[in-house]
Ligand binder design. Structure first.
Ligand code: ATP
Ligand code: MG
Ligand code: MG
Ligand code: MG
Length: 482
């Protein structure tokens, strides 16, 4: 069976191409068809409108390897990185789709054939989950595939309500939805964790590898479902999780690609312990941030740019924790391109640009990082169990520490952050800025004359704009309301 990441990608696409699927390239991390979605977080995103019936394609079967990002949006795995064996922010999702063509039986049969015949996974290490009401999928697993019933697990409405379940998929509050069936791999009894549906399912012994979603209903606003005229299939399998199995390792971070990046992070930070979780974080974050730049996302103070900034700064702080006091992170771009540039030519083409963007952001953050860390350390020096909200806010406001970065440090030390206090401090500052803005407006009015008889609107508008920009971009009308 294939073992390298490149061979796994190709064999997956070949398998489905041989079964009538059109190979579709990965779409960018910034979704082109959905302004409400922060980042592409699964393979189906580029096909969303096909499922909704507002986009037509010349094919009814498709397959892809999709670059995905789960940070800062609806799916957020940022807090899992460095803690679990199976989560990244950036990862690649292998997928196959049926748009009103085949349904559950082919999807499950082909999935099983690929895993056991092409990839050679031992059948006895595989388990499947189904939505508890989905007898059709249950019967396919037990009768057609022949999986023993004790390894086909029915998952109910476990998220607090009808259809709120790990095994029921919804595109949104209304619209296409349906049950899913997920395939898990048992990495062995020496690893802590229970099977899906058990109280300790979040351990990493049984790792979810492939989700098969069966879109068969249309959900109305009242929560009732009616059958779709042409049911669809949407599947997604994490490339790195599959590679871990095929390379006979447990964690995604042990696969060749990640070992190369972890080695590079160790080289740049001087950390000799390759098992140090900070190296995993840095290796994960160089992928996310480099791919983001290659898809046009530059660090900034809002929206996607702020997620980008948060990920970069988190990585830098982990380097700092390992003793690195000067910019290092951007030097990993070359190592990433060596690993992934062939599969993603845009990444290779933009190597110099990506390196430059990351370096600039690093230089900026290194100016305040050490001082910010001193303040944080001092605030916790007395063995406090909670970091005061005002300190977290000061770190945010003056030292460029995003709240989640402060949280990340505190979590390592078993300290909570007073987030309500942070919000209050933020609110207080906004009000002060607004009051200051009003004060300045009054001054301006004084300067230009009485508001009632005042005629120099052009001057006023100009000055107000300057005040607005100075006070952090609040709108002129807001300032006038004071
Ligand atoms: P988990 O329960 O492990 O967090 P998930 O149920 O959130 O996974 P899905 O949304 O079903 O994942 O995505 C389909 C597949 O994509 C998963 O079965 C898994 O193989 C892979 N995957 C999901 N999230 C990640 C991630 N953060 N890093 C790497 N692979 C992932
Ligand atoms: Mg998840
Ligand atoms: Mg899951
Ligand atoms: Mg899943």
């Amino acid at each position: 069976p294939p073992t390298s990441v490149a061979d796994i990608r190709q064999s997956f696409l070949d398998f489905f191409a041989a079964r009538g699927h059109t190979v579709v390239p990965s779409s960018p991390l910034v979704p082109g068809n959905d302004p409400t979605l922060m980042f592409t977080n699964s393979g189906m995103v580029q096909f969303k409108d096909v499922f909704l019936g507002t986009d037509q394609r010349p094919y009814t079967r498709a397959t892809s390897v999709q670059a995905c990002l789960r940070a800062g949006g609806k799916h957020n795995d940022l807090e899992n990185v460095g803690y679990t064996a199976r989560h990244h922010t950036f990862f690649e999702m292998l997928g196959n789709w049926s748009f009103g063509d085949y349904f559950k039986r082919e999807s499950i049969e082909w999935g099983w054939e690929l895993l056991t015949q092409v990839y050679g996974l031992p059948a006895e290490k595989l388990l499947a989950t189904v939505y508890y009401e989905d007898d059709e999928a249950y019967d396919i697993w037990t009768q057609v595939i022949g999986l023993p019933p004790e390894r086909v697990i029915r998952i109910g409405d476990n998220k607090g309500g009808k259809y709120k379940s790990d095994n029921f998929w919804m595109m949104a509050d209304t619209g296409p939805c349906g049950p899913c069936s997920e395939i898990f791999y048992d990495h062995g009894a020496h690893i802590p964790g229970g099977p899906p549906g058990s109280p300790d399912e979040d351990g990493d012994r049984f790792i979810e590898i492939w989700n098969h979603v069966f879109m068969q209903f249309d959900m109305a606003a009242d929560g009732s479902v009616t059958p779709l005229p042409a049911p669809c299939v949407d599947t997604g399998m994490g490339l790195e999780r599959l590679a871990a199995i095929l390379q006979h390792v447990h964690s995604n971070y042990e696969i060749d690609l990640f070992q190369a990046l972890i080695g590079a992070a160790a080289r740049e930070t001087g950390c000799a312990d390759l098992a140090n979780p900070s190296l995993k974080v840095i290796a994960d974050h160089i992928r996310a941030t480099a791919f983001l730049v290659s898809d046009g996302v530059i660090p900034g103070n809002e929206g996607r740019g702020y997620v980008q900034r948060r990920i970069i700064r988190r990585a830098i702080r982990h380097g700092y924790k390992l003793g690195q006091k000067t910019p290092f992170f951007h030097k990993l771009v070359a190592d990433l391109v060596a690993q992934m540039g062939e599969a993603y030519p845009r990444l290779a083409e933009q190597q110099a640009h990506i390196t430059g963007v990351l370096k600039t952001e690093e230089e900026r953050f290194f100016e305040t990082l050490a001082h910010g860390m001193e303040i944080l350390d001092a605030a916790l020096a007395g063995g406090e169990t909670t970091l005061p909200g005002e300190v977290a806010f000061k770190l945010h406001d003056t030292y460029g520490f995003p709240l989640d970065l402060t949280n990340d440090v505190c979590r390592e030390r078993g300290v909570a952050v007073d987030e309500a206090g942070f919000d209050a401090a933020m609110q207080h500052q906004k009000e002060q800025a607004r009051a200051a803005g009003k004060f300045k407006m009054d001054k301006l009015l004084d300067y230009h004359g009485d508001a009632n008889t005042f005629t120099g609107y052009e001057h006023l508008a100009e000055d107000a704009k300057i005040v607005a920009i100075y006070e952090g971009g609040e709108s002129v009308s807001e300032l006038k309301e004071g």
